[in-house]
Design a protein around this ligand. Structure first.
Ligand code: XMP
Length: 171
């Protein structure tokens, strides 16, 4: 596996991101909403370094290609979300690719009554975005390669790797 971002580099950058987030909210309480499952490693490391009053919640956003839904349709499940009315929400995701997932998730959370919604992503792929979307906090900008590790998967494998690597052709 070709290493793209080392565990040391992840630690250093995520420390800085936590500082950027704390400064942006200036002491206001935040509800961090992670998009499962890719967010988990990044989110666990990031939130422990954010010096703010903080709640943690999760949702899922999956593209299903089954017969019940249109091809590629994004299905958001938020059964475990607390009431977000009047809350400042920080959405956390592993990677911004086309931008479709985060666009939909932000609209969904605004519908759920969030006072504000900001977005933090660990990775942003260059040259892939299909919809205009600007994340508030970005860990690393990466080339257009399929990456795994540190929460990112291929067929649900590799999420536990402590670094971000490029998957060799053929999986
Ligand atoms: P969009 O295109 O909506 O999608 O921004 C974001 C989701 O696509 C997945 N994704 C990847 N997963 N390695 C992965 O493991 C990648 O290189 C990659 N690129 C996109 C991921 O689920 C992300 O949340």
């Amino acid at each position: 596996m070709e290493m793209l971002i080392t565990a040391d580099d992840l630690r250093t950058r995520i420390d800085r991101m936590a500082g950027e987030i704390a400064r942006a909210y200036a002491g206001r309480p935040v509800t961090a909403v992670g998009i499962l499952t890719g967010c988990v490693v990044f989110m666990a490391d990031l939130i422990r370094r954010i010096d703010l009053p903080l709640r943690v919640a999760f949702l899922t956003a999956s593209s299903y290609r089954g017969t019940a839904t249109a091809p590629g349709q994004l299905v958001i499940r938020d059964d475990f979300l607390p009431d977000l009315t009047g809350r400042h929400v920080l959405v956390l995701d592993d990677i911004l690719d086309t931008g479709k997932t985060l666009t939909r998730v932000v609209a969904h959370l605004v519908d759920r009554g969030a006072e504000s919604v900001k977005v933090g992503v660990l990775l942003r792929k260059i040259g892939r975005q299909e919809v205009p979307f600007e994340p508030d906090f970005v860990g690393f900008t990466i080339p257009d390669k399929f990456v795994v590790g540190y929460g990112l998967d291929y067929n649900d494998e590799y999420r536990h790797l402590p670094y971000v690597g490029v998957l060799p052709a053929g999986g």
